[in-house]
Design a protein around this ligand. Sequence first.
Ligand code: NAD
Length: 263
Amino acid sequence: MNDSISASSMQASRLKDRVAIVTGAARGIGATYAAALAAAGARVAVCDVLAPDVTVAAIRAAGGTARGAVCDISDAAAIAAFVRDVEAACGRIDILVNNAAIFANLALKPFENIDDAEWDRVMTVNVRGSFACARAVVPVMRRQGYGKIINIASGTVFKGAPLMLHYVASKGAVVAMTRALAREVGDAGIRVNCLAPGLTMSEGVIANNAWAGPIVANNIASRCLKREATPEDLVGALVFLASPESDFMTGQTIVVDGGSVTH
Ligand code: NAD
């Protein structure tokens, strides 16, 4: 057996028999998370407001197991139905990655120019949506006596990044929810941790002109490791948080940003 075969079979067994949900996985970083969890051996269920067919097809083409649904995480009934379907089809739910958010399509703007409707929409999806997904999966995880919830925050929380006050506030709430929820569900064997990426060149970020030029350059200059981040840079920490290797960690936030903030 050569090294690459033994390394890939080790990788494929890390999440063997696990079932993982990834929200917001039709594109971008969520699609990369879903593919990585499947490559590590998990059966993956993805949802998004966009049809996640490309993500599902890519995982299946790589030999993984995936299913997908259109589901808006601001709609509690839709989430409940999605979670019910996943449990019925897969028999269990071990991992929830709360990745869906309003982010890459946002226009950067001074806080006085954010109206109430935009503020409420960002909070509803990014905060209430993550809460609602956790609320839907926790009963399943309680029955199993085991579960891993991975919330996706952002390095902007620790930097106080300007021009997206609603987004930064929403991700600050995600960090706070991680800590408080971990206290409530630890006795049930459920771990709740958080991954906070720095600016990452997802397809949505690349397509948004607001992120072009000096913002990216200044971000890179602020890092210990001076280069752009890609979605693949986040995969190691994500799979670690999903795997038994992190089973004695809960309530924590890991920043993966090339050392821009030291948290
Ligand atoms: P993105 O905006 O391209 O991806 C978000 C995904 O969530 C999209 O597929 C979108 O359709 C989906 N979504 C939006 N609203 C939804 C809803 N109501 N219900 C279900 N799905 C919904 O962003 P991305 O760059 O791929 O980022 C993914 C995650 O990482 C987000 O939580 C984002 O806040 C976080 N993040 C990204 C960066 C970055 O620089 N790219 C940095 C820090 C944190």
